[in-house]
Design a protein around this ligand. Structure first.
Ligand code: GLU
Length: 288
């Protein structure tokens, strides 16, 4: 695509991504966020990466991967790099990128900012004095947080947890919602970067991949605003520059409940089977 702008400096070429998790069928809410991602990439004359976020081995299923490709193509998505078409930053399946995550974990260990944690979800729920109702994950009460920066793994199964700088305000300017501020230790606590079942956690994998794939703007749902704040801390700890962020308002159903993969009636599959057309479904979606 040719560029007719008068800019003579060399900002990095726009690289966006679609990062679905094959844990269920994609629904209209995913499609809307992805559509905005695609429009922003196209408007910038950039490219779009499809990354298959299949790290949750218990919930990801091969039939959802197949369906994901079919549904995205049916809806009108086009990506320039991905598991199906390859590209300079292959592989594009997270399950094949373990080395990238191990190296990020090692770097975090070297900084002393992560520590082994043997707490289960249940322990944390029990210890949290006042679990935040809006946050799915309660603030980690600090049970395993070491007093010194040096800590050694125990023989019990453990995860690696990132120590957040308590009281520090993490700020960023969102491309859609404007200035955002979250206080570490208050809005979110120490978070897991490597799971007890020896798999990288979402926060670490997504940062390592967005950096490795040279993504310049992350477009995602507004439910991930707090995760973005966590990820900004990971970029800093890893000595990486964060991309720009653009969060999209979440789509809700007629009762005001946010769409989830359990809303089968609004899955792209069902809508297609009912004879809906993508162009009609997209009517009223303002362009990004
Ligand atoms: N796979 C994640 C999801 O589907 C990606 C979120 C993101 O970082 O954009 O929620």
């Amino acid at each position: 695509m040719s560029s007719h702008t008068s800019h003579t400096s060399h900002p990095p070429r726009y690289r966006g991504r679609l990062a679905p998790s094959p844990t269920g069928y994609l629904h209209l809410g995913h499609a809307r966020t992805f559509w905005i991602a695609q429009q922003r990439a196209q408007a910038a004359g950039g490219s779009l990466v499809l990354r298959n976020e299949d790290l949750d081995f218990a919930r990801c299923k091969p039939e959802f991967v197949t369906a994901m490709f079919e549904d995205l193509r049916w809806f009108g998505f086009e990506w320039q790099e991905g598991p199906d078409c390859g590209g300079p930053f292959a592989p594009y399946n997270q399950s094949e990128r373990r080395l990238v995550y191990e190296s990020a974990l090692q770097k975090l260990r070297d900084t002393g900012l992560i520590y082994p944690c043997t707490c289960s979800r249940k322990d944390i729920l029990a210890a949290a004095a006042a679990p935040h109702e809006t946050e799915a994950e309660p603030i980690y009460p600090g049970t395993c947080r070491p007093n010194s920066h040096v800590s050694t793994p125990t023989s019990r199964p453990f995860s690696w947890r990132f120590r957040v700088p308590d009281g520090e305000t993490i700020s960023f300017v969102d491309g859609n919602f404007g200035p955002q501020q979250f206080v570490a230790g208050k809005d979110f606590g120490d978070f897991i970067v490597w799971r007890q079942d020896d798999a990288p956690a979402y926060q670490l994998a997504v940062v390592a991949d967005d950096a490795a794939m040279q993504i310049t703007e992350v477009v995602r749902g507004a439910d991930l605003l707090l995760s973005t704040a966590r990820q900004i801390l990971l970029y800093r700890a890893l000595g990486l520059t964060p991309p720009a962020f653009y969060h999209c308002a979440l789509m809700t159903d007629t009762t005001g409940t946010r769409l989830a993969k359990r809303h089968d009636s609004l899955s792209l599959r069902t809508l297609q089977n009912q004879g809906h057309l993508p162009t009609t479904l997209r009517q009223g979606w303002c362009s990004a």
